[in-house]
Each structure stands twice: as structure tokens, then as C-alpha cells.
Ligand binder design. Sequence first.
Ligand SMILES: NC(=O)C[C@H](N)C(=O)O
Length: 324
Amino acid sequence: MCWCRELNVDRLSDMLPVLVVHGGAGFIPKERVQLSCAGVQAAVRGGYSKLQGQGSAMDAVVEAVTLLENDHHYNAGLGSVLNAKGEVEMDAIVMDGRYLASGAVSAVRKVANPVQLARLVMDKTSHLCLTGEGASQFARSMGFPEVPGESLITEYARMRWKKNLAADANPVECQMGKMGTVGAVAVDAEGNIACATSTGGMLNKMEGRVGDTACIGCGGYADNRVGAVSPTGEGEAIMKVTLARLILFHMEQGRSAEAAADEALAYMKERVGGLGGVVVVDPQGEWSVRFSSLQMAWAAAQQQTLHYGLYTGEHFTQNIDDPY
Ligand SMILES: NC(=O)C[C@H](N)C(=O)O
């Protein structure tokens, strides 16, 4: 009994802390590949430095997602896709695996960092999700900075919106190519687990549409006893299979993070025709990146090593202190 416990503690200290981030499942146009990959690596470095200081898993995932929201190459915060009216409406969620505490915002506007607002919902209200104007009012009452809606719109987002206004356009199919949602999962040195996800949602979506990202168990879930998941992909499909919780359910049944992710992604594809991707961690610091789309920019940091990749099966490593 005793040796087993000691062995376990050694193992924990070896594998932790760990942080894994993604920049959305889909197809990234050639000219954006390099910057999309650089962005997830910068985000994982930023979040990992929190974990190496006094930061918690929650601090790390919020930091990583904030950095990605500020990077206009992703569909979150600055650079979000536009709704049918040509406006930005965003969803975000955080979850703290210690207490199953969670906070989310949906269809929120005029906020540069929805993930930080989601954290405030978790920390300062008794609710799990605030939407639309109510979320904005809460932000104002907390002194949370408001930005002009226009300032979150990039030329690229406007071009894609216009293209998909055509009568014969298929925005869902077009977006299956280019998802861009961002997310992160982490375990800190204490063994606490957290996740965060943020998105502008689906291209040319109806005004008021709420996607998977704002919904607990769909766009994210974290439980210290099992692990954490942050997904990306077609939100309606993710919601139909409650993808994040489904993966953790498979892990509870004894599957590894990788096997659980594969099984759930295959189920989503077969059952509702949805493609997507996930980053997953378990309490021991084992982690996995799996996707059914063509690409997903991802990066992870563990034991001073930076891991990253883009295509299925791609896995590069380097010392985290080495330059890009
Ligand atoms: N880009 C994405 O991953 C889309 C997101 N899951 C949504 O449907 O809102």
C-alpha cells in the first residue's frame, strides 16, 4: 500500500504540470498555416509559464485562451466569424475540476476576451451561463472592458461573411473547412484540472444562435477525478452527442484519453455526421490530441518540452526554452 502511494506521488510530480491547447479543427488555408501554428505555440508557452509560477490550471487555460482570442488568426475574440447580420457574437466556457464549478457566456458582443467574462460568471455569480444583453450588463457591472463590436471584425471575417450571403452558399460546409475555435486543458502541480474554450461560432449563423462552446458537457468539461476535454467542430453535432462529457464517460469506463477521444469522435461522425477535434488530459498528466478533420493546430507543454502538430499523426517536439 505504502510503496504504491509513494510511486503514485513520484509519477504525479513527473508528469505535471501539463497544458494542451488547440486552435480549431478544420482545414487551414496555406497562407495561414504558419501563423496558426505559431499562435498555438505562443499560447501554450504563455499558459505554461503560469503553471511554472504559482498559477493554477484555471489560470493557465484562461491565459492560453486569452492569447488565442487576441490573435486574429482564430475564430475567437478578434477575428471571430460573423453572424448572418454581419456582427460578432461569441460563446465561451471555463470549468474548474476541483468543484465542478463552471461559467459561460453565449451570444456575447463587444467583449475582447469572452473567456475572462466566463471566468467572472463562474467566480461572481451563482449561475453557469449568461447570454446576450444579460451577459453584457453583467460585464458592465463588473467593470469589464467593453470594446466597439466593429473592432473585433477582421477583413478576412467580412470577406467570408459576404461570400456566404450568396443564395447558393453553404456556410456550414464552408466552415467545416475552417473552424478556428480555440481551447485548452491543463493539470497543475497540485493535480487540479481545468478547461476553457472560446469561439465566434459558425459562419453566418442565425443571430442568437448558441453553440456547443457555451454548454457544459458539450464545449468543455473538467473533473479532477476523471480529466478534462476542450472540443472544436460543428457545434450542433457536438451538442447532440455531448462530446466533452461523452469522452470523460469513456475514460470513467477505463479507456485512455486517446481511446476515449477516438471512440467519441467516431460516434459523432457515424451518428450525426459531425467532424471535430479535441484536446484531453487525465489526472496523471497523460494527454491526447485527436481530430476527425483534416487539420487541427495544437501545442502542448510538459516537462520543459514543447509538443506541436497540425496534420493527423504529426508530432514535433523541442525544448520549450528554445526559440521558435
Ligand atoms: N469553430 C468551431 O469549433 C465552432 C464551434 N464549435 C461552434 O459550433 O460554435
